[in-house]
Design a protein around this ligand. Sequence first.
Ligand code: DGJ
Length: 736
Amino acid sequence: MPILYNETTREFHLQTEKTSYIFCVLENDQLGQLYYGKRMRHRESFQHLFHVEATPNTACTNEGDLVFSLDLIKQEYPAYGTTDFREPVYQVLQEGGSRITNFVYRNHEIFHGKKKLDGLPATYVEGDEEATTLEVSLYDKEIDVEVRLSYTVFEELNAIARSGKFINHGQGKVNLTRALSASLDLPDSNFEMVQLSGSWARERHIKNRKLVPGIQSIASTRGTSSAQQNPFLALKRPETTEHQGEVYGVSLVYSGNFLAQVEVDHYDVTRLMIGINPFDFNWLLKSGEDFQTPEVVLVYSADGLNDMSQTFHRLYRTRLARGKWRDRERPVLINNWEATYFDFDEKKIFELAKSSKELGVELFVLDDGWFGKRDDDTTSLGDWSVDRRKLPNGITQLAKDIAGLGMEFGLWFEPEMVSKTSELYKAHPDWVIHVENRRISHGRNQFVLDFSRREVVDFIHSLMAEVLQDAPISYVKWDMNRYMTEIGSLALPANRQREVAHRYILGVYSLYERLTTDFPEVLFESCAGGGSRFDPGLLHYAPQGWTSDNTDAVERLKIQYGTSLVYPISSMGAHVSAVPNHQVGRVTSLETRANTAYFGVFGYELDVTMMTDEEKEQVKEQIAFYKKHRLLIQQGQFYRLESPFAGDGNCTSWMVVSEDQDEAMLGYYQVLSRPNPGLTRVIFKGLNPEFEYAIDGIGTTFFGDELMGAGLQLNRHLSNDHPTDFSSVVYKLKHV
Ligand code: DGJ
């Protein structure tokens, strides 16, 4: 049993194959944290891990006792206001104004499997034997409120999923002014904090900092998880590398405002917490109501960052993402956005589709501009009916014509937005997120629909469902191109205004839930002005996301490398686009553009009709290559070898290995060419040391142990002996 409870010592021991997570009921009946890390054998008692020593001036819990102080104790779900002065994970404001609570252990339950989370995306099981769950009920009798902490242990997958649910059993009302999902107190502070930070077109760059006493945090207040910070944080030892050393990773399955915070206290205890951002948040909990926090996934690895990532990848690819497309090979697509922007008509679209079909593309995606009167980004969002000026025969006919070519058809929507110049806005100006008598700021000329209101979600659902029902559409790109401002809803009373941001996200999830249920065959790709909402929450509904609007092959090295810290390769949309690149103006070879995009869900986003015959031949080969190996790429184990964030960042390499280690693929990239360079060598990972591998394009075979020991010598100039910037090679390995 992966969850053990000792009734005498009141200790819980959660075990995965490689980790142990131990906590206990303290003498004051609150929960204390004892250990999280490398798996340890079970023993009768772990009380020796509990450590508290009296210090002068400490605030103590019990009169006459100068030792027991929460300030000195590692805790499991800490509160502020008694004797712990660190920031708490939750706070309950009561009718009399008090914020003091005393949630004590009441009972617990251990069961096989995992329950669903109401209205929220979460990891899941496909059979009860896949995971075991512990629910611990904490209860404050003064206010008759319960908090139920849930821990699901994925034993084989080496992950623990945590969340909490507040339930108001009492007659009165309370306000949750803070309700984060989980907290973890670690006994020392010798860590670096690793975060994924960025902005539009440079999402999820890896940043590290050494922990110092006090608070360090990342957060979003933008209404989405954001491009600026991703809802993920890792604490690694300073000596930890990709392939060795300790690391703790926490990832929040949520797409809205979040906080991920680390506080190092006066005894060098590190408190890590993550959840909904308490800033500008409040949740009124009336009698009989409950509040479910989003889920947090905890991963500990003793074998470096790459091992942590592989754990997230496995869990997220197979037990967070869901639906028919989860395990299917993803189609090679072409998207018309960078080829035409808003300027297209039926003829142009059909020509693009036809030419790309000849090259082997399987799915044509019609992006922004097909509806209303949308010739630019100032109009029509919300009017989800076809623009007959551009597409006189409608979407259904276009989709049928494209199906006639033997291709699938996909369509772009931005369901959460409205333009002021639109029929929708004319009819329902009150459906916009805003505050009365205040200016409403725009972003890209558009306004955010109030998805905290059921009728708004229903309305958008009916429009989208109509389009999806009528036409043979097998893919939807769901975009979201601005952050939220002046957050308020006309439909909610004054005391619920701080619920709007969270209610909005629940509305987004509910629309995803309905559409994915109604249209199970449709592949959804999430997008938010590129990767501004690339998070585990949306991965639950959309197994792939548009990683970034930046399609430059060199910029993509950092973006995809950083994204892979948490997210599987099968979740990262990656397209070959035109040169000079539209975001940075760089000219890279078609080969390097494809070599980068192969390590993702591959596609094209350029005007293929303008390509030379020679380029078309090359594209044909690229598509054939990707199709042949996409199962390996999309479902293999990903290894980061050389980081674009290390040193001068000139070289990046990564690889994927099939589960049975029979096949592998390496990508090696060099940004700038160097005069008279030294020898370049790449050391492989994850191969079977006993296997003999043939490498395409290289005459000799190599054993796995050689490739992982001595490595492979690469051509000094990478690209066929000719020195050039932005060069790359991809090698395919096969066990012979
Ligand atoms: C932002 C997306 O990231 C792009 O791919 C494209 O769909 C545009 N929006 C369309 O407006």
